[in-house]
Design a binder for this molecule. Structure first.
Ligand code: SF4
Ligand code: SF4
Length: 171
């Protein structure tokens, strides 16, 4: 008899679970979901590729710059890439809509190109530090920093060294 009572009570109460995928559900706060990449903030340090536990990230040289590719189906959502990315060019979103067919796994990717810049002094192409990185490291930008960031590493070192010998020349 007890059993009948429980059955009716539950029938009247309705389902206790979300109707997904036939209806809406919710996203828990702080869920680690789809990775997003912002090429304008990236400085091409490749730390995310180095620390990626799932081997999901790869950078390739291309004529325009460094080509970033992330395969969502290899990502383990460990969050290491976000943790080590100083300018926050890569981060986990709360988007969990990543289900896909096996045949689509090579299309489930995030891509971007970190563009080369020609050195203002020697013309050598290099990946410049992004504004987001300068902001994070120096707390802002300045004319001196902008000038240095337009130079390739060799010319930057040369300029900094020559200024060390010039009292009052700044950076
Ligand atoms: S996304 Fe971040 S960690 Fe990865 S290469 Fe760009 S700046 Fe470096
Ligand atoms: S969350 Fe982890 S596995 Fe996924 S791309 Fe970042 S480092 Fe790789």
């Amino acid at each position: 008899m007890n059993f009948i009572r429980i059955l009716f009570r539950n029938l009247l109460k309705g389902p206790s679970t979300d109707p997904f995928p036939f209806g809406e559900t919710f996203t828990p706060k702080g869920l680690r979901g789809r990775i997003a990449f912002d090429e304008s903030k990236c400085s091409g340090c490749r730390m995310c590729e180095h620390v990626c536990a799932g081997g999901a990230i790869r950078f390739d040289e291309s004529p325009e710059g460094l080509q970033f590719t992330l395969w969502h189906n290899s990502c383990t959502f460990c969050g290491l890439c976000e943790h080590y990315c100083i300018p926050r060019a890569i981060h986990l979103t709360e988007d969990w809509h990543l289900a896909h067919k096996q045949e689509d796994k090579y299309r489930m990717i995030e891509q971007g190109t970190v563009a080369y810049l020609a050195c203002a002094s020697c013309g050598e192409r290099f990946i410049p530090p992004s504004d987001a990185l300068l902001e994070k490291v120096y707390g802002g930008n300045s004319a001196a920093l902008t000038e240095l960031s337009r130079l390739c590493p060799d010319c930057r070192r040369g300029l900094s060294a020559s200024r060390l010998n010039t009292p009052g020349a700044g950076l």
